[in-house]
Design a protein around this ligand. Structure first.
Ligand SMILES: [Zn+2]
Length: 213
């Protein structure tokens, strides 16, 4: 997702629905939610989503406050990931708060992400459903590698590398794609893309969106 919450529920996700009290492992740093303001989400058709975003060169307070706003916007929309251009900002940054298939919750941000090429032997495809806050109320199956690693920087400019499996791998790929101007529906067959857009036209998002001209 995937930046949307209602990914298909894998069988082992049902554990959580029955209220087990296991302590969830968190990898990463949870944001300070006393900072930042939620902003409305841009949707398919908005030009900012369909071109490569600008590389971040200034690791300053403005970048830190953009990241605060991105976390607030992601949580307000109940997403599991958010790219800057999804709130209309033309910069290479994404944030995430996303579970993997083992129930580990991954939280963080990546500035100037680059997806690592996978060795041929590691390309195991997973064809779970995917959704996107910028294509509200639509979901489609999309095959993606079940492992992903992204290199980039943190908000202070330090080099970082984030890797994940399962649903979190899907998220890392999805958010990086956003910053290069691609939505997941761009990777679907024409027929599936059309169907996703029909689902979007028929649905009503539960969060604020930016109207297209
Ligand atoms: Zn998305």
């Amino acid at each position: 997702m995937a930046d949307q919450h209602e990914h298909d529920h894998h069988d082992h996700d049902h554990d959580h629905e029955h209220g087990e009290t296991e302590v969830q492992k968190v990898v990463g740093e949870e944001p300070d939610l006393t900072r930042g303001t939620a902003r409305p989400i841009t949707v398919v058709g908005n030009p900012v989503l369909h071109r490569e975003t600008q590389t971040v060169t200034a690791f300053d307070d403005e970048l830190a406050s953009l990241i605060d706003d991105m976390f607030q916007s992601m949580y307000a929309a109940e997403g599991v990931g958010l790219a800057a251009n999804q709130i209309g900002v033309d910069r290479k940054v994404f944030v995430y708060d996303c579970p993997d298939d083992e129930g580990v919750r991954h939280v963080g941000h990546v500035v100037n992400p680059v997806l690592e090429e996978l060795p041929a032997g590691r390309r195991v495809l997973d064809d779970s459903q995917e959704g996107c806050l910028s294509v509200p109320t639509a979901y489609k199956e999309l095959a993606r590698p079940d492992f992903a690693a992204v290199t980039g920087q943190d908000k202070h400019g330090n080099p970082i590398r984030v890797e994940g499996t399962g649903f979190f791998a899907r998220c890392l790929q999805h958010e990086t794609d956003h910053l290069y101007g691609f939505l997941y529906i761009d990777k679907l067959s024409k027929r599936d893309r059309k169907d996703a857009l029909r689902q979007m036209a028929d649905g009503t998002p539960k969060y604020a969106t930016v109207a297209n001209d």
